[in-house]
Design a protein around this ligand. Structure first.
Ligand SMILES: NC(=O)c1ccc[n+]([C@@H]2O[C@H](COP(=O)([O-])OP(=O)(O)OC[C@H]3O[C@@H](n4cnc5c(N)ncnc54)[C@H](OP(=O)(O)O)[C@@H]3O)[C@@H](O)[C@H]2O)c1
Length: 277
């Protein structure tokens, strides 16, 4: 069965964990034409909206492993802390020689290999929360057992929730986590701070929040659709000695936003290394 010019799925697609991220992927797969009959969802209690999708499309839900014919790809979308409880049972699927695609934060290639074997084809990926609206970005790293067609399949499955970039060195995943994985929270915080600053400057609370939200999302959208570098867009709206210029002089001063973000990203990357297993 051909889903795009490059990707063909001949076995089943098993989704373990149909929560926020697994559910977003499931919706993306259905939108991109993966036949529901090819999908199996394992999750004892998915959120109501996802349970509804599973039921409406007649997706196989929680069948016994023994009833699965050939699992071509196994997508691990449960919480990392559940891995060691849940994966030993799934190791029985090793005989299907599936592609194992994990999106769990902090679960290393070596940690996944401990469950599925060193000869398993494994991809470790880190998506981010705008995946919920198909606008995420996912970085992925593959072990040497992953074939070109499996790589294409993983890319197809992940592109269902946004852009995909490949990194060669797993060591970069901590920095990826710190920049794009945790990054949306930094941007939400920016919107909070901007609203509070607006209130301090005299705006009514509702208006300050509305202006800050629309400014952050609109600027992000402009950056995305224009394709122009952030610095160029910034310069475009900064006239010499104007209002933006004055504000940026504060943000760009020594010890300003650049220093703070560098510290924040370093702290997140350090934590990611500490949690990795
Ligand atoms: N959300 C993000 O922005 C994001 C970003 C990057 C990576 N990730 C990764 O994506 C994974 C899922 O995160 P999430 O935010 O989607 O979490 P989530 O909403 O809690 O989804 C996990 C789902 O797995 C279910 N589950 C629990 N035990 C299970 C079992 N034994 N078998 C099958 N399913 C089981 C959970 O059910 P219960 O709720 O009943 O426990 C839940 O529905 C995590 O590993 C996380 O690190 C998430």
């Amino acid at each position: 069965m051909t889903m795009s010019s490059e990707v063909a799925l001949s076995g089943d697609l098993l989704l373990l964990g149909a929560g926020k991220m697994g559910g977003a992927m499931l919706h993306g797969w259905l939108d991109r034409g993966i036949p529901p009959a090819r999908i199996i969802a394992l999750d004892p209690s998915p959120p109501a909206e996802i349970a509804h999708t599973i039921a409406r499309h007649g997706i196989r839900h929680n069948p016994a492993l023994a009833d699965m014919e050939r699992v071509e790809a196994l997508v691990l979308a449960i919480k990392p802390q559940n891995f060691d409880d849940v994966l030993p049972a799934l190791a029985a699927l090793k005989s299907h020689r599936p592609l194992v695609l994990s999106i769990a934060a902090g679960r290393t290639m070596a940690g996944i290999e401990r469950h599925f074997g060193e000869d398993a084809a494994i991809i470790r990926a880190m998506p981010n929360v705008p995946a919920a609206i198909g606008r995420g970005i996912t970085a992925m790293v593959a072990n040497p057992n992953v074939s070109a067609s499996q790589l294409g399949l993983a890319q197809f499955l992940l592109q269902a929730v946004g852009e995909v970039v490949r990194v060669e060195d797993e060591g970069l995943m901590d920095a990826v986590t710190a920049v794009s994985g945790s990054g949306p929270a930094y941007v939400f915080y920016l919107a909070e701070c901007l609203a509070e600053a607006g209130i301090a400057a005299g705006l009514p609370e509702d208006l300050a929040i509305k202006l800050a939200r629309a400014t952050v999302s609109g600027a992000g959208e402009l950056m995305q659709t224009s394709g122009r570098p952030a610095a160029e867009l910034r310069e475009m709206v900064t006239s010499p000695k104007g209002t933006t210029y004055e504000a940026l002089a504060v943000l760009m001063a020594e010890g300003g936003l650049k220093t703070l973000l560098a510290k924040a990203v370093a702290a997140a990357a350090r934590r990611s290394r500490e949690l990795a297993r």
